[in-house]
Each structure stands twice: as structure tokens, then as C-alpha cells.
Design a protein around this ligand. Structure first.
Ligand code: ADP
Ligand code: MG
Length: 403
């Protein structure tokens, strides 16, 4: 089991300069007055405890992040300047922004900075060296700091200068949120209490092939739902009518089923289905078994008998990992299986009998929709990094923090 360096491992920090890699790439939306406002501040909030902890230890704190995809160019709309006020509001401390992330300006600003003032640096991706993980650029970032702290799990699947390169140069540690995330993930897949179940749902098998291949080796129960269940059912000879289905992946699906069998992983596919003729909310629908999908039917959700059975199966499990909704949950009533299963998992989690870890953009939305998210043990807000972790890949920005 991997152990990661944390803030305590850095030692005394009074008077030291600490550079934090955050993920301040948050969504903005215009409000009614026409002002651009942060529409989801989750990622800002997640870095606050680490900043405050470092300030409490007497460190001078700098924060760097990317924003958007400027591809090594200065793009005014992608300046980190727009994050200075939101960050200051969340911290209740003053934030000074400067329009570069490396070089003499950083040094000079730090020399003149008042105590308990946070320095926010410009978008690291304005430099081509960031995404190229150029050692010279990593060294330039490192030059103004004594220590490096990574607090951007969502960026850690990329070996960039600010996530990986710099950690080879400076004494480094995982921030508090990153540390918590790594512990939660380790408890879910690295060293889980068993039986361990996974839900993999969503639209397509093709986008989650590596996830499925990795999970059949590690989990005791694999629940396949959503559009991807259609591909597996079709591969087993079920007529899925007009459903979303990747017929060209039939062999792949059969290989995954065979591998699961070999590894002792029980696959759970739906045994009853909710079908409709139209892909829209409140479309006329019926519950059918696997033999009764008509040519013009679309399978839009897992049926109630399967959902009940899955829910009671979960009550005998100790750990659950969830990525991907069970059906087209954005349209009622095709959210039923997702909502029911999410609430079952939430209840078991509240009772303390099930460790529940979930991630994925639509998955988090679905769990919020079900009112279940608050009961989950851990919800990852990282998209790509969470999926790569589910694929069993090593995340370079995390790997470099191993003790
Ligand atoms: P995540 O973002 O959590 O990784 P995905 O993007 O893989 O999840 O999948 C979410 C999408 O899958 C949703 O938009 C949902 O409507 C769609 N989906 C789920 N089940 C079906 C289905 N049976 N038919 C069509 N689309 C589906
Ligand atoms: Mg998605």
C-alpha cells in the first residue's frame, strides 16, 4: 500500500515559501446582472484548508493553477486574475495576483508581501513548458519556493511541470484534500473491505473499456447498467431494438464476460428493462423482460425487479465504487433505477455497513439528483483522473509524492 508525503512531513514551515498547485479551473456563468460569476466553487473550497494550515504554520503561500486550454499562449479570458476575488472571499484573507507564475516578479512580490497575504500566480498553461513538462520550466516554477504542495488530484493524471516535474525538484507533499482523496480511493480499490461491488453505467462501453477490464480483476460484483448494458445484452444475443448499443463491440463485451468468469467476478446485467419509443422525458414506457424488446423500442433504464435485486445484493457488500448512471437519468421517469440504487447505497452508507465512493461528471449530478451524494463516503470531483484511477493506471502527479 502506497504512503504519500503530507504537509507534516515537510517539517517546520515558518518563514518558508510554499507553492501550492490547485485546480482553480472552475466554471463561470453570467448572473442576472450580466456579471461573470463562479457557478461551482467546489474546487476553490477544496484548497482552502491547506492554505489556512500553511498560513497557520507561518509559511508564505503561493497558489498556481491552470485555467482553460490556452496552449502555451497568453489568452486574456483565461487569466487567473478572475479567481483572485473568489479565492479571497473563500479564504477571508487578502489575495495578491501577479501576471506571471515564474521569474523575478514572483520573487520581488514575495519579498514585499504582507503577512497572511496569499500570492496568486498567473495561468501556468500560458507557458508551453507546462504541458510539455519541460524541466527548465519546472525549475523556474521551483526557483521561487522552498516547498511544493499538490492539491489538484483532478490534474494529477497529467505529467505536467506544475503537477509532476516540480515535485522532483522541491521537497513535496500532498495537500489535505489530495491526501483525503487518496485514502478514500485506497479504501475503495487498493485495499477494500470485501465483498467489493462496482457500478459501471453511462452511455458507451467504448469510453469505459479500460475501466471494465481493470474492474473485473479487482471487484467481486460488477453491475453493468446504462447504455453499456445494451452492448453486453446484444453480445449475448438479446434483441435491443433501437437502443443505444455498440454492436461492433460484441466480441469485446464477450471477452470481458469471459475474463470476469475466470477471475471470479460476478457480472450483474439487467433482467428486466424499461423501454420507450421516444427519447424524451415522460415518454410512454413499459417494463419488459429480455425477450420482449420491440424493434422500435429504446431501453432507457434498468427495470424495477433488477434494481430491487441489486439493492439487496449491495446490502451484503462492504464497499461500492460507482461510475456512470443506470439509465437516462436526466429524463423522468428513466431516472428510477439510478435514484433507487443511489438511495439504497446512501442508506447502507449511513448505517455504516457500506463504504461508498463515486466519481464522474454525470454520476455526481445523478447522485445529487437522488439526494444521495451527502451520504456517500467519498465523491470525487475529478473527471479524467478518477477514470484513470478506475482504469488501474498510475497517476504521475500522485506517484511522485510516494514516500
Ligand atoms: P459519467 O459522466 O458519470 O462518467 P457517462 O458520461 O459515461 O457518465 O454517462 C452518462 C450518460 O449516459 C447520461 O447522459 C445518460 O443519459 C446516458 N445513459 C445512461 N443510460 C442510457 C441509456 N439506456 N440510453 C441512452 N443513454 C443512456
Ligand atoms: Mg459524462
Amino acid at each position: 500500500m502506497a504512503v504519500y508525503k503530507n504537509i507534516e512531513d515537510l517539517g517546520a514551515l515558518a518563514g518558508k515559501r510554499v507553492l501550492i498547485r490547485a485546480d482553480l479551473n472552475v466554471p463561470f456563468q453570467e448572473n442576472e446582472a450580466g456579471e461573470r460569476m463562479v457557478s461551482d466553487d467546489t474546487r476553490i473550497r477544496s484548497v482552502i484548508p491547506t492554505i489556512l494550515k500553511l498560513v497557520e504554520k507561518g509559511a508564505q503561500v503561493m497558489v498556481m493553477s491552470h485555467f482553460g486550454r490556452p496552449k502555451g499562449q497568453v489568452v486574456a479570458q483565461m487569466s487567473l486574475e478572475q479567481l483572485a476575488q473568489p479565492l479571497a472571499n473563500a479564504l477571508k484573507l487578502p489575495v495578491v495576483f501577479i501576471n506571471d507564475c515564474a521569474g523575478d516578479l514572483v520573487q520581488e512580490t514575495l519579498d514585499a508581501l504582507e503577512e497572511k497575504t496569499i500570492l496568486l500566480l498567473e495561468n501556468v498553461r500560458f507557458h508551453a513548458g507546462e504541458e510539455a513538462n519541460d524541466p527548465e520550466f519546472a525549475a523556474a516554477l521551483a526557483a521561487n519556493a522552498d516547498f511544493y504542495v499538490n492539491e489538484a488530484f483532478s490534474c494529477s493524471h497529467r505529467a505536467h511541470a506544475s503537477t509532476e516535474g516540480i515535485a522532483h525538484i522541491l521537497p513535496s507533499a500532498a495537500g489535505l484534500s489530495l491526501e483525503a482523496e487518496l485514502v478514500a480511493l485506497e479504501n475503495a480499490l487498493g485495499n477494500p473491505k470485501r465483498p467489493l461491488a462496482a457500478v459501471v453505467g453511462g452511455a458507451k462501453v467504448s469510453s469505459k473499456l479500460d475501466v471494465l477490464t481493470n474492474l473485473v480483476e479487482k471487484v467481486d460484483h460488477l453491475i453493468i447498467g446504462g447504455g453499456m448494458a445494451n452492448t453486453f445484452l446484444a453480445a449475448q444475443g438479446v434483441n435491443v431494438g433501437a437502443s443505444l448499443c455498440e454492436h461492433d463491440l460484441a466480441d469485446t463485451a464477450r471477452n470481458i464476460l469471459a475474463k470476469a468468469d475466470e477471475k471470479g467476478c460476478k457480472i450483474h446485467l439487467p433482467t428486466d428493462l424499461v423501454v420507450a419509443k421516444e427519447f424524451k422525458a415522460h415518454a410512454t414506457n413499459e417494463i419488459v423482460d429480455l425477450d420482449h424488446v420491440a424493434e422500435d423500442d429504446m431501453i432507457l433504464d434498468v427495470g424495477p425487479a433488477s434494481t430491487e435485486a441489486l439493492s439487496s445484493m449491495l446490502s451484503a457488500c462492504k464497499t461500492l465504487i460507482w461510475n456512470g448512471p443506470m439509465g437516462a437519468f436526466e429524463m423522468e421517469p428513466f431516472d428510477a433505477a439510478t435514484v433507487f440504487l443511489a438511495r439504497s447505497a446512501a442508506k447502507l452508507s449511513d448505517d455504516g455497513s457500506l463504504v461508498t465512493v463515486a466519481g464522474g461528471g454525470d454520476t455526481v449530478a445523478a447522485l445529487n439528483h437522488a439526494g444521495a451524494a451527502g451520504s456517500f463516503t467519498h465523491i470525487s470531483t475529478a473527471g479524467g483522473a478518477f477514470l484513470e484511477w478506475m482504469e488501474g493506471k498510475e497517476l504521475p502527479g500522485v506517484k511522485v509524492l510516494e514516500k
